[in-house]
Design a protein around this ligand. Structure first.
Ligand SMILES: C[S@@+](CC[C@H](N)C(=O)[O-])C[C@H]1O[C@@H](n2cnc3c(N)ncnc32)[C@H](O)[C@@H]1O
Length: 209
């Protein structure tokens, strides 16, 4: 697992720095690069600091990257990173809470959500899958990254400790069961296409509509 708990910032409401995002952005990019179509717009849910969007937009210049989040602090950080990066294909952040109606995103080809499911109530997982299924065109992909339980257990002792810590902070949070999440996806017509094992006991999951 990795987390945003060790976030630092360079001024009030400015850029947040997530060491976890710095570590996992390249492995995630290596999954995204062969998967994403050449053109179109990728909607990133729960962008957090905004560092992933800068990295992915720079590496995938023929795609448009649309970051989003629900928190004011995250939106300010994403905007500040975007201002610094000056990338023509990195859109201004959208305020998007998955549990509320989603704003329309033009030319959408994929939805990417990194490290949100375990740090939000189960209702947010439900809303991610229903919202992505509604927003994506046929053949569009949903990519979800984070720690998951599999076959009724944790994949590593460090994930079990992280899960306990999360549940202590908020009883509605916690590491989700891959099988339960996939059942949710199937309810919304999304088929699990790949399960990638990632560094630090995370998974990168790919569903296709
Ligand atoms: C652990 S951070 C991950 C941020 C970033 N994706 C990363 O990996 O560095 C979780 C993020 O989920 C966002 N989030 C929580 N609930 C949400 C919701 N209902 N809709 C959209 N974003 C949400 C938070 O604001 C926060 O930015």
């Amino acid at each position: 697992m990795d987390s945003m708990d060790d976030l630092a910032e360079d001024g009030p409401g400015r850029r947040l720095f997530s060491p976890a995002a710095q570590r996992n952005r390249q492995p995630i990019l290596e999954i995204l690069r062969p998967l994403l179509p050449e053109r179109g717009r990728v909607l990133e849910i729960a962008s957090g600091s905004g560092e992933h969007g800068v990295h992915f937009a720079a590496a995938l210049p023929s795609l448009h990257w649309q970051p989003s989040d629900t928190s004011d602090e995250a939106l300010a950080s994403i905007a500040a990173w975007r201002e610094t990066a000056k990338l023509a294909n990195l859109d201004a952040p959208l305020r998007l809470d998955v549990t509320q109606p989603w704003p329309k995103v033009d030319d959408l080809v994929a939805v990417v959500c990194i490290n949100m499911l375990h740090i939000s109530p189960w209702a947010a997982s439900e809303a991610l899958f229903s919202g992505a299924a509604r927003a994506l065109p046929e053949d569009g992909v949903l990519v979800v990254y984070g720690p998951f339980r599999r076959h009724g257990g944790h994949t590593a002792p460090s994930n079990a400790r992280f899960d306990e810590d999360l549940r202590g902070r908020n009883p509605r949070w916690g590491i989700r069961e891959l099988e339960a999440v996939d059942a949710l996806a199937a309810e919304h017509g999304l088929a699990l296409e790949a399960v990638h094992e990632m560094p630090a006991n995370n998974l990168c999951l790919v569903w296709r509509r």
